[in-house]
Design a protein around this ligand. Sequence first.
Ligand code: KIV
Length: 280
Amino acid sequence: MPKKSILDLQNMKERGEKLVWLTSYDYTTAQFAEKAGVEMILVGDSMGMCVYGYSGGTIPVTMDQCIVHTEAVRRGAPNTMVVGDMPFSSYQISPEDAIFNASRFYKEAGVDAIKLEGGRRIIKMIKAITNSGMVVCGHIGLTPQSSGQLGGFKAQGLTAESAYELFLDAIAVQDAGATFLLLEAIPPEVGKIITEKLKIPVYGIGAGQYVDGQLLIVCDMLGIFKAFTPKFVKKYANIADQSIKAMENYAKDVKNEKFPEERHSYSMLPGEKEKFIEKI
Ligand code: KIV
């Protein structure tokens, strides 16, 4: 399948065709995603939880970590749109900083777009990055980097007033030049209205069925991440349990000398064993 361009995303919105979007943080999983027909990969700062096990969630994740993981994903999925995720403090300080860090994703990791969290309060940064020729994905609703201000990992847009604030953010992000937008953890009816009102594609993670495409975190949908599972996750596998079972079986086999078997071992060349024994 050829790599999607932003024109394809726009055409898909117009045709009503949903986009399939998944996170990935490494080469192997990116290969699986590309093979499975996933159309866009986010190398999310959710790596803070899924890969690094930080108790501070996404906050400690650095630009250098994001670059290393994004490079690996790019190598694993050369024909898939890859979105780099701007980590906390990589774009909030100044528009210059935002341009510098967004360009690192392009120059060092070969991304097709970058994502940053926030609505009206980061408009200057979105404009600066898009004016530098890069593709921006906005991200509003539950924004994990500011979850402290939101009172935790809580759904947003539950009241008319907060839904309206989200709507204003969505319009502002589009007007600032973002090419597409991600809505996280909001009610479906709010996702529907924003998707219908915006010209750019609007995708969702926990934003209901009416958006232009869906994103899931790979560790959640494969059942790898056990600490907690958000309400919006559908688990398509239980890799954690399968992995633990496989490792238990391996441990048992080693203890009981059932592994390795002859078929897992190398054979010396004919006659060499006797010569070797003679030598020693
Ligand atoms: O880092 C990430 O995976 C994200 C999603 C939660 C949207 O930003």
